[in-house]
Structure formats: structure tokens, C-alpha cells
Design a protein around this ligand. Structure first.
Ligand code: FES
Ligand SMILES: [Fe+2]
Length: 347
């Protein structure tokens, strides 16, 4: 079951080109490409003739030509040419998805096209693109259910073990002051770990030689977006009051787009104020962060393998699950509301 009436990240802007690209979003095959004037287009990636993925074909002018029998579809999904045949049956068409492009992301509306409201496409990725900032990004197709990713990002105690070699230490699990807040359907989990030794990444790039006060502020927005601020300052210098000596922080925006019931497109976008002009140092920071993403994905995929063995195996909760459980309840309620609003159409 997926929440349909939302904008989802379908691709990064630089992934969408004149070469068609196929991607399964919310259980639907979608092909993405650009017209001659650069407009991003999202169509059903399933030819109306014999169901070949249109992404195997090619873009000619502003239409996409199927690889099999050369039928051509325009950016509305209408078939505009059948070789050797004048008449085009009215049902010879593919679904067209509304698209909005902003902040280096191509957002695709997965609900009823008539319900799409461009103003509702998330804007918060834009905060990463500021003067004096630098960004890095990753897209991964994770073999795990999207809820596993949401659980992970609302309980950052896992840094203690999963990311122990870089951003984590046992202090973030043992000594954290954690607060879970709800604002409508948004969930915010704030973790403060005060006066502790800096984990490797913080020590190396925050340049600390003594203890730090450290924060991890994770905000969830339905259907599956996150904005997380991670940072630190020298211990006891006012970090919690927005001050602090040697403040060092970075933001990560996450677009989590369900692909199938057991796989997910994970768009991970990190941005920060440049603290040095030594790009070798910055790139080393990125390498550590990219490794962190890989460590999380290894966890999601191992969890999913166990879920596949026994989908009914129970999960027992702990205190740090307050945020993840709240997000699960919100998603469950929104799913029920969508199903009630469109009986028979829930995915
Ligand atoms: S399957 Fe696409 S043209 Fe025949
Ligand atoms: Fe993680």
C-alpha cells in the first residue's frame, strides 16, 4: 500500500536526459525523458501495443518511439504515429504523469492527474543550494520496504553501532536527551548528546580537540520526506541556545520513493556551509558520508530478507521507537483516508 496523492522524487534533474530512463515508482513503471526544449516528461513505461517498456526505445524530437513496432507517443501519452496505418485507435495511449522540476529534483505526481497541485511539491531541498555551500548526492535503489528507511531516519541511535567507524559512538545511544514532537502530520525527533568525545568524522572535520555537544534534529514529512540537521559545538559553549564555539554542521534532505512492496528509491542529498577551501578534505568528508549511506542500506536489505522469510514475524518496540511509531501511525491513517476517498483505487 502506498500513499498516492503526493509528489515524489522520481529522479535527480541530471538523471533525466534525451535518453529515456525507466524506473518503477509506487509499483508503476515510469519512463522519464526530456523534450527538445528541456521539459522533463514522465509517461507510463509500458507500450500500449504489446507492453514493451518505452524506455527501451528512443526519443525523437518530442516523442518517444517504442523499440518494438515503432509506435510513437507524445508528452501527453497520446499515440501520434503507427507505422503503415492511418487510423490510431483512441485507446492507444499511455498514462502521463504531472511533473515539477525544482532544486535539482524531478518530482512526479503519482495520484490522479487532476488532483496535482504544483505548489505542494516539496520546497525544502532548495535550502541546500546557498551561496558558500557545497552539496553531494546519492541515488540508490534499495532492496527494502520504504518504511524501513523511515524507521531508520527517525531513530538515529543506530549511529552508535551501524556507523561506529565514522559519525557514531555509543554516547549517541547511551547518553542522548531525546524529544519527539508532532506538528500536524509532521514528526520531529531531536537528540542532544552533551559533553561527549567527538566521533571520528566530527573530530576530523569539526576540528575538535576536546568534548562536544552534539545534535541530530530529524524532521519527517508525509509521505516520506526528511530533513536532518547534524551538528556540534565545543562542549558547554551554548550549542543548545543556537550559539557555541567551533560550530560545525551539515544538512541532509531525503526523498524516499517507494518502488515496489520490497524496494525503494532513496534520494539522499547533503549540503553544508564550506568550512575550508581544501576540496580534498571536503571530498574525504563526502566519502565517509557515502559510506554511511551504504551501511544503512546493508541494514535495510538484511531486514527485508528476514521479512521475506516470515512477513508475520513480530517486532518488539523500545523507547527510541516513539518517533518511528508516530510516523507509522500517521502513514496508516493517511492510507485509510486515501482508500476511503477513492474506494477501489488504493494501490
Ligand atoms: S510493443 Fe510497442 S510498438 Fe509494439
Ligand atoms: Fe544511518
Amino acid at each position: 500500500m502506498f500513499l498516492k496523492n503526493y509528489w515524489y522524487v522520481g529522479a535527480y534533474s541530471d538523471e533525466v536526459t534525451r535518453e529515456p530512463m525507466g524506473r518503477v515508482l509506487l509499483g508503476e513503471p515510469v519512463v522519464l525523458f526530456r523534450t527538445r526544449d528541456g521539459k522533463a516528461v514522465a509517461l507510463e513505461d509500458r507500450c500500449a501495443h504489446r507492453l514493451l517498456p518505452l524506455s527501451m526505445g528512443k526519443v525523437i524530437g518530442d516523442v518517444i518511439q517504442c523499440h518494438y513496432h515503432a509506435l510513437e507517443f507524445d508528452d501527453t501519452g497520446a499515440c501520434v504515429r503507427i507505422p503503415g496505418q492511418e487510423r490510431i485507435p483512441p485507446q492507444m495511449k499511455v498514462k502521463s504523469y504531472p511533473v515539477v522540476e525544482r532544486d535539482n529534483c524531478v518530482f512526479v505526481w503519482m495520484g490522479e492527474a487532476g488532483d496535482a497541485d504544483e505548489s505542494e511539491a516539496p520546497e525544502f531541498f532548495g535550502m541546500l543550494f546557498q551561496d558558500g555551500w557545497s552539496v553531494t548526492k546519492v541515488h540508490c535503489h534499495v532492496q527494502g520496504h520504504y518504511q524501513l528507511v523511515i524507521d531508520n531516519l527517525l531513530d538515529l541511535s543506530h549511529l552508535a553501532t551501524v556507523h561506529a567507524s565514522t559519525v557514531g559512538s555509543m554516547h549517541v545511544a547511551n547518553l542522548a536527551d531525546v524529544e519527539t514532537e508532532r506538528d500536524g502530520d509532521r514528526v520531529k525527533v531531536s537528540r542532544w548528546t552533551m559533553d561527549v568525545p567527538a566521533a571520528r568524522t566530527y573530530r576530523q572535520f569539526g576540528n575538535y580537540d576536546s568534548n562536544i555537544d552534539r545534535w541530530q534534529i530529524s524532521e519527517f514529512m508525509p509521505p516520506s520526506y526528511f530533513r536532518i540537521n547534524n551538528g556540534s559545538a565545543a562542549a558547554g559553549t551554548g550549542a543548545r541556545q543556537g550559539k557555541g564555539e567551533k560550530r560545525w554542521d551539515f544538512w541532509v534532505c531525503h526523498g524516499i520513493t517507494p518502488s515496489t512492496e520490497d524496494s525503494t528509491h532513496y534520494f539522499w542529498h547533503l549540503g553544508h556551509r564550506l568550512w575550508t577551501d581544501d576540496m580534498d578534505e571536503v571530498n574525504e568528508f563526502y566519502e565517509q558520508c557515502h559510506n554511511v549511506v551504504g551501511e544503512d542500506i546493508a541494514v535495510f536489505e538484511a531486514q527485508q530478507r528476514n521479512i521475506n522469510v516470515d512477513p508475520d514475524a513480530p517486532m518488539v518496540d523500545i523507547g527510541y521507537d516513539a518517533g518511528p511509531l508516530l510516523a507509522r501511525r500517521i502513514i496508516d491513517r493517511l492510507l485509510k483516508e486515501e482508500a476511503a476517498a477513492r474506494p477501489g483505487r488504493a494501490a
